[in-house]
Design a protein around this ligand. Structure first.
Ligand SMILES: *[C@@H]1O[C@H](CO)[C@@H](O)[C@H](O)[C@H]1NC(C)=O
Ligand SMILES: *[C@@H]1O[C@H](CO)[C@@H](O)[C@H](O)[C@H]1NC(C)=O
Ligand SMILES: *[C@@H]1O[C@H](CO)[C@@H](O)[C@H](O)[C@H]1NC(C)=O
Ligand SMILES: *[C@@H]1O[C@H](CO)[C@@H](O)[C@H](O)[C@H]1NC(C)=O
Ligand SMILES: *[C@@H]1O[C@H](CO)[C@@H](O)[C@H](O)[C@H]1NC(C)=O
Length: 211
């Protein structure tokens, strides 16, 4: 299976069949090494941290230069090495909504083929849900080539949030203490300077009558 991280949104399209020369020129010009008509993408950030008990959107979109017909897609979860299918469907043509078969009780399909969106929602996340989710797509127009993108889910609980606020509190308290020390030092320096000036003045004031 050809796995592809969703970092690039460049549509690597080269000509098909009769436009070999155009394809060659494109290849030479922009240094694309292979033609790829379908692109599956999980967006710029392909991991997310979510709190247990909440719902999370697992995003996935596709882009195709040669168009789609009976585009098959599914979502899989890598459970301790074995792939578990969460849902699957076939999009008959561009803009036609798929009839999605769902195999997981907490999965909801929220995509829309009008927006090339095949995202799902995972409800009531548990710690067991942590791991890799694979968005897989195959466009029969391309001789059964497989395309996929990986999305990693991290599940955290409220304790970690508390840890974070604790860190913030410690940092601000430390900052406050350091600030206070600096303030005290500055005030001390100013007071000392003022005192020494006052003493000098006193010395000056007291000095003349003794002459
Ligand atoms: C998340 O997990 C923690 C620890 O297991 C638990 O105490 C808490 O109730 C859970 N939160 C939700 C919203 O399920
Ligand atoms: C994961 O798989 C390994 C080997 O297949 C097995 O020994 C282990 O018990 C499994 N762990 C869980 C949590 O299922
Ligand atoms: C999520 O949990 C809530 C409360 O436990 C429950 O009412 C709801 O039906 C659950 N949703 C799903 C999709 O399981
Ligand atoms: C896909 O659809 C979902 C639900 O409507 C939305 O939240 C998400 O932003 C969409 N993703 C993209 C890349 O349009
Ligand atoms: C695409 O994936 C399917 C399994 O989903 C596999 O049977 C098939 O051989 C793969 N095709 C290619 C060209 O890798």
């Amino acid at each position: 299976m050809e796995l592809q991280r969703g970092r690039s949104f460049l549509h690597r399209c080269a000509g098909s069949g009769d436009v070999v020369h155009a394809g060659l020129v494109v290849t030479l010009l922009i240094g694309v090494w292979y033609a790829q008509a379908l692109e599956v993408n999980t967006g710029k950030v392909n991991f997310i941290e979510v709190m247990n008990g909440s719902s999370v959107l697992l995003p996935c979109t596709y882009a195709s230069c040669i168009g789609i017909k009976n585009l098959y897609f599914n979502w899989q979860y890598k459970d301790n090495g074995t792939m578990v299918k969460l849902c699957e469907a076939t999009i008959p043509a561009e803009g036609v909504e798929p009839n999605v078969k769902i195999y997981h009780e907490r999965v909801e399909f929220v995509g829309s083929s009008k927006k090339n969106n095949i995202s799902i929602l995972l409800h009531n996340v548990t710690f067991e849900d942590q791991g890799e989710y694979i968005c897989f797509a195959r466009n029969p127009k391309e001789k059964e080539r497989n395309h996929s993108a990986i999305f990693t889910l991290y599940v955290v609980d409220e304790l970690k949030e508390v840890d974070n606020t604790l860190t913030v509190i410690i940092v601000s308290v430390l900052g406050g203490v350091i600030g206070l020390i600096i303030l005290i030092m500055v005030v001390k320096a100013v007071v000392l300077a003022v005192l020494s000036q006052v003493q000098e003045k006193k010395a000056c004031v007291i000095a003349p009558p003794t002459i």
